[in-house]
Design a protein around this ligand. Structure first.
Ligand code: PEP
Ligand code: MN
Length: 343
């Protein structure tokens, strides 16, 4: 943090600001120029102490002109901290780096036939991991809430039959133990992206975390959520942009495609796009998926159902298997242009 002092200044003003900085456990580096005095502030606040916000505290001093942060509030997730791209490894599948990784499968796990038929179908078309929700964050409490552990068992059967690792959502800390028994990647949904106690808990596990952006979280807030997971010791975080809420109603959400280059600049973590929840309508999913490759994303999380017409959740946005396979053919051509491996 840099503190720029006002022009007319007495020694006692500098001493007062310096002692305020030190009282917060930080160090002040004073540099007196001919025009201005500037104080560099370094150090970390003790998060277990009731501490003041140094930026606000120093800004209100009468001799301070302005205060601005120089480092990002996210540290472990920041590119400043790690220049090379993180590659998250899940049972032989890599996410990040030069890979374009596809996580596909239905919105919800519904039946053995549905999971098995969908998994066998997508496996033939470059799907690398299998998704499906057993605990569903539904807007209405009166709609299907997911099959729970029964659903996790069906995911496991389909995963064993195809070799694709399982990506599934954990919504509630009380379900974490059971989800951990089946999941290879723990998905944190858009509605839980700022459930900080859940983020800390998944940060204490050894499973990679797929973190979805909330419909109203800024990119900075999104990265702070990743920081929550990482600060507990789990460095394997995969980010997923899934559309944000805007005034537009033609699509379910507005895919923030700009988030891809911004995140790529700000963080070393892999970035996926979920075109399905962003669009809300299957017709738009191919275009958004292609945009994801062109923008430099590391992969897709896409909803595919063997019979979307009978899907119990998100029926309108799920591709059938042949639509999905057709899309992947186009994505392969685009991935090649972008220097990404999609096999
Ligand atoms: C999902 O991927 O199953 C889901 C519910 O998505 P989101 O949390 O992004 O709404
Ligand atoms: Mn869904």
């Amino acid at each position: 943090m840099i503190v720029v002092m006002k022009k007319s200044l007495k020694d006692e003003d500098i001493a007062r600001v310096k002692s305020r900085i030190e009282s917060m456990g930080l160090t002040a580096h004073i540099s007196r120029g001919s025009e201005r005095t500037v104080i560099g502030v370094v150090g970390n606040l003790d998060k277990d102490k009731l501490s003041l916000d140094p930026l606000a505290t120093l800004s209100i001093d009468k001799s301070v002109d302005r205060v601005y942060p120089v480092t990002k509030p996210y540290k472990l997730a920041s590119r400043e901290n790690r220049r090379e791209n993180t590659v998250v490894k899940v049972k032989g599948v890599e996410v990040g780096g030069d890979n374009f990784t596809i996580i596909a499968g239905p919105c919800s796990v519904e039946s053995q036939e549905q999971m098995m038929e969908t998994a066998l179908g997508i496996k033939k078309c470059s799907a690398h991991m299998l998704r499906g929700g057993a605990f569903k964050p539904r807007t209405s409490p009166y709609t299907f809430q997911g099959m729970g552990e029964e659903g996790l068992k069906l995911l496991k059967e389909a995963s064993d039959a195809t070799g694709m690792p399982i990506v599934t959502e954990v919504m509630n800390p009380k379900d974490l133990d059971v989800v951990l028994r089946y999941a290879d990647v723990l998905q944190i949904g858009a509605r839980n992206v700022q459930n900080f106690s859940l983020l800390k808990l998944v940060g204490q596990t050894d499973k990679p975390v797929l973190l979805k952006r909330g419909m109203s979280t800024t990119i900075q807030e999104f990265l702070m959520s990743a920081e929550y997971v990482m600060s507990e010791g789990n460095a394997d975080v995969i980010l997923c942009e899934r559309g944000i809420r805007t005034f537009e109603t033609a699509t379910r959400s507005t895919l923030d495609i700009s988030a891809v280059p911004v995140l790529k600049k700000e963080t070393h973590l892999p970035v996926l796009i979920d075109p399905s929840h962003a669009a809300g309508k299957r017709d738009y999913v191919p275009a958004l998926s292609k945009a994801a490759v062109a923008a430099g994303a590391d992969g897709l999380l896409v909803e595919v159902h063997y019979k979307p017409e009978i899907a119990v959740s998100d029926a309108a946005q799920q591709l059938n298997v042949s639509e999905y396979c057709e899309l992947v053919e186009d994505l392969k051509k685009m991935a090649q242009i972008m220097g990404k491996n999609l096999r």
